[in-house]
Design a protein around this ligand. Structure first.
Ligand code: D9A
Length: 512
């Protein structure tokens, strides 16, 4: 039971409840700008209005959606509906409380004009609707954030995501022989312009995107040229990079960076170019490929670290030999109980290496001016940091799956909507990590150093946080909220009964 796991983290309980009662869109940061209203329907999608535009008053270069985009939500998928999040550790307090005052004073507040999912969807063609369905099927938790992107960026990112997912599915499919896979990866970008190209022999979970690739490529060809060029170029470079690494192992730390650059850094670079092409971000965001690369490297290294067991069990090796070679003869040996100390040293070394990217992540996020882009970029980064912190020095990495609590994930998703809040979150996880650094760890000095750099970079707002923190016992608050939760459930059930309807309390979409 997710609520029980969040006992001791009162702020998570209330967020979990919102999520359970209202679905993912109830906890998603709300983005309802005046100019975005694409239909006259006054129905609000969200239970909670949280509409702040992160545009400093003085800035003129933003364009907040420019009234063009069809918005609203498609598909049936839902944030974490599949339970990919949950488990894990530690609290996250007062992030929002600390962020609110500054956000209110320095950013322009925009009055709300809600957007209706059903009527806006009517304006969308069947092909695009199918694409959003695939998006929801492949990445439940991520789809909602992509769907909130402003203007035509939304379709471009949706298509980019599906094309990347297709490429990834080819790379992952162990049933395709190398001599067939290598040319497929190298040529993948050309399939975007071949209306009939599809692949029906995959055994992978996401094979649907390859089987129905014509639907995706047709929508790709309908995108503006500025978007098509970026997507096709990234596909080309990524496919070549994947092919290069099919035939070699990740050896040195440098090769680890290179592999992660191909499969994730290029995604960050491509997305940044899409943001700039949409004019919702400064040209600088698209030009600074170093920072964009770091956005991808931080996410991908975290995934690789977390997925040690799953990957080695399936015969894949993404941990760099330069790291594990210091502690074991074979990568799989790290999972042996007698090797635990070595395994943890190796793990902590890699976590420390991943943390190197956090300062770049902060610099990147500071440059974003559009709220929908900010949320889209910030949420995965704070989730990754929470995951990394849960993995650090944790033997479970070698014996199971380390996941963050669902309540923690929901809370992060709701909170990571302003630079101030993100800095607060990062500070809190750095402190959590700091407490876990062991005196005997070989990477200790490096870890402490990078944590210091991170703390300094995310420092400016922290005094405000301290004075705002609530001094009530977490257990006491949790108990009170649990009581409120039970009463709430009871009341809704009673009301539903009285009205002759049934409530499940766990639906995807709020009453619509
Ligand atoms: C992303 Cl278009 C990803 N990857 C992610 C998700 O975030 C990045 C794949 C395709 C796209 C985007 C992402 C988001 C926002 C800004 C970015 C960015 O750069 C500026 O990419 C760097 O993980 C996959 C790669 C890391 C390989 C790039 C977030 C995501 N999360 C999963 C959760 C999980 O644990 O994997 O997909 C999910 O929600 O299912």
């Amino acid at each position: 039971m997710d609520i029980l796991k969040s006992l001791g983290h009162p702020e998570e309980i209330i967020n979990l409840l919102r999520f359970k009662m209202g679905g993912c869109r109830a906890v998603m940061p709300k983005l309802d700008y005046v100019s975005r209203a694409c239909c006259k329907c006054p129905v609000s999608l969200s239970l909670f209005k949280r509409s702040l535009l992160i545009t400093p008053r003085s800035t003129t270069t933003t364009g907040s959606g420019a009234g063009s985009g069809a918005t609203g939500s498609g598909g049936s998928g839902c944030l974490m509906a599949g339970g990919r999040f949950g488990g894990g550790r530690r609290p996250l307090r007062a992030a929002r409380a600390a962020a609110a005052p500054r956000a209110l004073s320095s950013y322009r507040r925009v009055s709300s004009a809600s957007v209706c999912a059903s009527c806006c969807q009517g304006a969308m063609g069947d092909g695009m609707r199918t694409c959003y369905r695939y998006l929801n099927q492949t990445s439940r938790s991520f789809a909602a954030v992509i769907e909130s992107l402003d203007g035509d960026l939304r379709h471009a990112v949706c298509i980019f995501y599906l094309v990347l997912r297709s490429l990834d599915t080819v790379e992952d499919d162990m049933s395709i022989p190398l001599e067939k896979k290598v040319p497929m990866l190298n040529d993948f970008h050309t399939y975007l312009y071949q209306p009939d190209w599809c692949f029906t022999e995959s055994q992978e979970k996401d094979r649907r995107v390859l089987e129905d690739f014509p639907t995706i490529s047709l929508e790709f060809r309908k995108l503006g040229q500025q978007y098509r060029e970026v997507i096709s170029d990234i596909c080309h470079r990524m496919g070549m990079g994947m092919a290069e690494f099919l035939e070699k192992k990740v050896g040195t730390m440098k090769e680890w960076d290179l592999y992660c650059h191909y499969v994730a850094g290029l995604v960050g670079i491509g997305l940044s170019q899409l943001f700039s092409a949409s004019q919702l971000a400064d040209p600088e965001v698209g030009r600074d490929t170093e920072l964009a690369n770091s956005m991808g490297l931080f996410l991908q290294k975290t995934n690789i670290i977390r997925d040690y067991l799953e990957d080695t069990q399936q015969g894949r090796a993404f941990w760099p030999q330069e790291a594990w070679g210091q502690f074991a003869d074979r990568l799989e040996d790290l999972a042996k109980p007698e090797k635990l100390e070595s395994a943890l040293s190796c793990l902590n070394l890699l976590v420390t290496d991943a943390l190197r990217h956090v300062p770049d992540v902060l610099t990147y996020l500071v440059r974003l001016r559009n709220q929908s882009i900010f949320n889209f970029c910030a949420i995965p980064q704070v989730m990754a940091l929470a995951t990394l912190s849960a993995c650090y020095n944790n033997p479970k990495v070698f014996g199971g799956v380390v996941k963050i609590r669902k309540g923690q994930a929901v809370t992060l998703m709701m909170d990571a909507t302003s630079m101030e809040a993100v800095q607060t979150i990062i500070t809190q996880y750095s402190q959590e990590l700091l407490q876990k650094v062991s005196t005997t760890d070989p990477s200790r000095a490096k870890t402490l150093h990078i944590l210091g750099v991170i703390a300094e970079k995310s420092a400016p707002l922290q005094p405000a946080l301290q004075s705002k923190s609530v001094h009530l016992s977490p257990m006491y608050l949790s108990a009170a909220m649990l009581l409120a939760a039970v009463s709430w459930q009871y009341l809704s059930a009673t009301v539903a009964q009285a009205q002759g309807t049934t409530t499940t309390g766990g639906g995807d979409m709020p009453g619509h």
